[in-house]
Design a protein. Sequence first.
Length: 302
Amino acid sequence: MTWHEETVAPARLPEVGTPDFKTHAHERYAELRARAPIHRVRMPDGSLGWLVVGYELARTALAHPLLSKDPAPFEEELRASGRHILLAGSGFGGNMLMADPPQHTRLRRLVSGAFTPAAVDALAPRIEELAHQYVDAFASAGEADLVTAYTGPLPMAVICELLGVPAERRDDLQSWTRAAMTNPSDRQRASLLALNTSLRGLLEEKRRRPQDDLLSRLIAVRDEADGQLSDTELLGTAVILVAAGHETTVNLLGNALVALLDHPEQARGLRLSPERIAGRPAGSGHGPPRRERPGRRTSAPP
């Protein structure tokens, strides 16, 4: 029986995205890959979907012209099926993550004109300084929840400094972003509205008083492009930069720390030879963290 011939009762479909699935994600994906490259699954909100776990099939699907990331043309069908979708009015629309070519190509080109490597590289000393600050804040206790004390606040501080978000707004933005990334709910929609409203106001401030930050450069791209980057797209890009620009890094850092804590010989090797980290040239001047033990893991990342 091939995957497209398989029929499974909806109640018996694999559930993905649940807390239990995330806790055992590696094992669950391995089980699914061993069975077939694609599966009909149940999402956390109860809706049904397809999960592609085979590498070659995933590459084919991601590049297939008949598969779309833009939900707008299918709004009626999606709502009729009970699916909650994030359109432009939510603040999550109008960005490249929910666009297909040629729209995606245009947005990526316009945004990359403001998101220069030089701007990111210039933040390296500040990122290292922030990393030391968060470690120093809990190192004396000898124990910490690394997600709360380190992997959570560090990426948010970095993306906010890159975007030019005032420090006093960071906690609210992070709280709204986390709620917005959860399963569809009234809290999610309220958080999206709050995030949307806050960033719209910040963009208006940057337009009146531009500064040397990414949001100001995005506004300049929008204005200089004679309407090529609309206000909706500008806001959608700002929202996705705050959300995806820090949430993915939170999980990446958390998983990296878990891996190093579970394999101390690898951690010891990196402390002795930090140039082994990909993309980090030898003699770059950025040494390993000052403290060898940033705390003991008491909480695993999602």
